[in-house]
Write a protein that binds this ligand. Structure first.
Ligand code: SF4
Length: 340
């Protein structure tokens, strides 16, 4: 991954609001701000992890990027082109390059179709390959994901959870995509199988120069696979940094609290657990100012009134928190050449 390259994907001010209907007439009475002004880039060959508690908007972000649900506002630039402006046919052609792997492989694989038929489908849609060529490609894909060609004639229920996720990966790889959004791809699997699937995904990234957005709630899983990690809270990205920087020097109080709950493999390291008070507020009625201020142990007066900006605090380390306003301003002036 080289951040001097052009990003493969740029997400700019992405919003996804769902209307809330109420009353006898079913009128719109409010909005759930599932994704609220999220911006980030993903570079070719990179694995960007996105973490946060359930309901923080991470999966909705992934689906909005692929337009599996239509974004309310914002831009999604894939290789420099804003795909939110594409019509259905243009989007259909682009889906070859942008794939998704879902959490529950069983639900995402048609139980009445054989593995061959499941993997054949994207090949039929996006290529003119003849039947024999497609068959060969299916066999090759099964081998690539650690299954055998004879598995092609079987049905999803005949496989274990880990094997089913391998089928989902083979289907996603069928047309040599550039970007794969992995939406909690291992959270339905046993811990012993999780690392096998993660190792496979890493191997495939290297072998096929893939780029992943890896969405998960489990910080250990994200740490295992990601190059950079973004943390979401209540529809907003609150921190993003290279993996080691984030796990060792988290800046945002929410990230610090999340990390304090992750057991360290080194028994000599005792982290002080930060217990957050209260529940996650409703995204239908998020708090004023910083959305985390109702639970933040460091909250100040300004936090209740002003939304902190999502700005770099160090190179490649971006955070939305008033604690770093001075550092962020200093860095910004330095970059503009106002300081020497
Ligand atoms: Fe806490 Fe204030 Fe920072 Fe929000 S802006 S995370 S409330 S210190």
């Amino acid at each position: 991954m080289n951040q001097d390259n052009q990003p493969l994907l740029e997400v700019k001010n992405l919003k996804k609001y769902f209307p809330v209907k109420g009353g006898v007439l079913g009128r719109t009475v409010g909005e759930v701000k599932a994704v609220d002004d999220v911006s980030f880039e993903v570079y070719p060959g990179e694995i960007l992890g996105i973490v946060g508690e359930s309901g923080c908007g991470k999966s909705t972000t992934g689906k909005s990027i692929l337009r599996l649900i239509e974004p309310t506002e914002g831009e999604v630039l894939f290789e420099g082109k804003d795909i939110t402006k594409l019509n259905n046919e243009q989007m259909r052609l682009l889906r070859k390059d942008m794939q998704i792997i879902f959490q529950d492989p069983y639900a995402s694989l048609n139980p009445r179709h054989t593995v061959e038929k499941i993997i054949n489908e994207p090949l039929m849609i996006h290529t003119d390959a003849k039947k024999a060529e497609r068959r060969e490609r299916i066999k090759e894909l099964l081998k690539v994901v650690g299954l055998s060609p004879y598995h092609a004639s079987r049905y999803p229920h005949q496989f274990s959870g880990g094997q089913r996720q391998r089928i989902g990966i083979a289907r996603a790889l069928a047309n040599n995509p550039k970007l794969i959004i992995c939406d909690e791809p291992v959270s339905a699997l046993d811990v012993s199988v999780q690392s096998q699937v993660l190792n496979l995904m890493e191997k495939l990234r290297d072998e096929f120069q893939l780029t992943y957005i890896f969405i998960a709630h489990d910080l250990s899983v994200v740490k295992h696979i990601s190059d950079r990690v973004g943390v979401m809270y209540l529809g907003k990205m609150v921190e993003i940094a290279p993996k080691d920087q984030l796990y060792e020097h988290a800046k945002h109080p929410y990230t610090q609290a999340l990390l304090s709950a992750v057991p360290d493999p080194d028994p000599d390291i005792q982290r002080e657990r930060i217990i957050l008070e209260g529940d996650v507020p409703s995204p239908q009625d998020p708090p004023s100012g910083c959305p985390f201020h109702t639970r933040c142990p460091m909250a100040m007066d300004i936090c209740k009134q002003e939304l902190p900006q999502f700005l770099p605090v160090e190179d490649n380390h971006v955070v939305a928190c008033h604690l770093y306003n001075d550092q962020q301003q200093h860095l910004s002036k330095h970059k503009k050449g106002e300081l020497v």
